[in-house]
Design a protein around this ligand. Sequence first.
Ligand code: IMO
Ligand code: MG
Length: 405
Amino acid sequence: MKAVCYGLQWGDEGKGKVTTYLSKDFDYIVRYSGGSNAGHTVEYGEFKLVHHLVPSFDVRTKTKGYIANGVVVDLKVLNDEVEELKKIGFDISGRLKISSLAHIVLPVHKMLDEKLELSKGSKAVGTTKRGIGPAYADKVHRIGLRLVDLKEKEVALEKLRFVSELYKNLYSIEWNDYDCIFEEYEKLKDCIVSPLEMRSELNNSNILFEGTQGVLLDVDMGSYPYVTGTYCNVTGVEPGLGYPMKIDKRIGVFKAYLTRVGEGPFPTELFGKEADELRKAGKEYGATTGRPRRCGWLDLPLLRYGIEISNCDEMIMTKADVLIGMEKVKVAVRYKTSEHGKVTDMPYDLSLISNVHVEYVEFDGWKSLDDKNFEKFVKFIESETGKRITYISTGALISDIVRVS
Ligand code: IMO
Ligand code: MG
């Protein structure tokens, strides 16, 4: 079985918790895109983990993790995460593999990320400043360094000096502390594998590919330019791996409401007291940057779009428990614009999506997830999207999840 578990919205749907829950039935959890911009909070009960680069497998089981070549790796962040795990008694070094073709996020990438954001002024994307965009850009500029390039120190030094020189000339960014790269590399050396070596192993394994961010942040199909630097859609699996892979099941995760970190249009966004209450109840603060997340109502036009572009097979709903006790819960059902009337497709023109009139359906709130009002909410989403909701997350813990169909 090869499945993908990915976000259907703007990230932070709870993919980390869901992937960890599902991981026990798989041999490998594979990260195929993104970098340390991802922040997956997983509550085990006795301890809590925040994953940025380590794939979301249950550390108490035997499931392994593979970081494929589509990921850009900040070596220090990854080592720190592995260290944190060791401190609480989990030595996962034998259970973590990294493709030798994965590109490295260098300090200059983070500096450029910051500088670009500052220079863009009001047009800034609101990135996580983890160097993601510049690392992917350098991959395409063909000046990036992959893990395999660090094998021979002298050759690697030459490449690093070349990149530094370019950054100095092009962006007035100075960096020459190369030692830290080699120090971090040494600690990870034993985990590095060739993608070809992994190919037969992966072909013969049960794999759950773990998406990062959400499809609305996909560089092609998301709300460009307010997106991340790569493919967060399920289409990222094959380029991320480097070879074709038939996927049996696409499991899309969505939140019962909607959040977004960073800039860009958000038609159902709430402000003031309503937003503050939802943010507080849902603990909606970025796991990577600590930024307060923008909060709003579930948006069905966007959810339908996410389902369509990812060929979603089934869905998992998270965080409906956060809405318990609310008198009314709203769901956006369609957009209208003054010029175009009813909008059925995702308006790619951002000036359009920023100015849509949103039509809502209002539901009576629920006092628990066994409440009939909640059932109505679930059935409505299923009928409006045409997709089954197979699991509902009922709380923060990995075990807080029920199968519904
Ligand atoms: P997980 O995996 C939510 C957002 C940033 C910004 C845009 C570009 O935890 O769901 P980047 O640093 O990637 O260049 O920033 O993408 N973003 C996320 N938002 N969850 C994430 O990851 C995100 N990763 C990036 O806030 O708007
Ligand atoms: Mg997150």
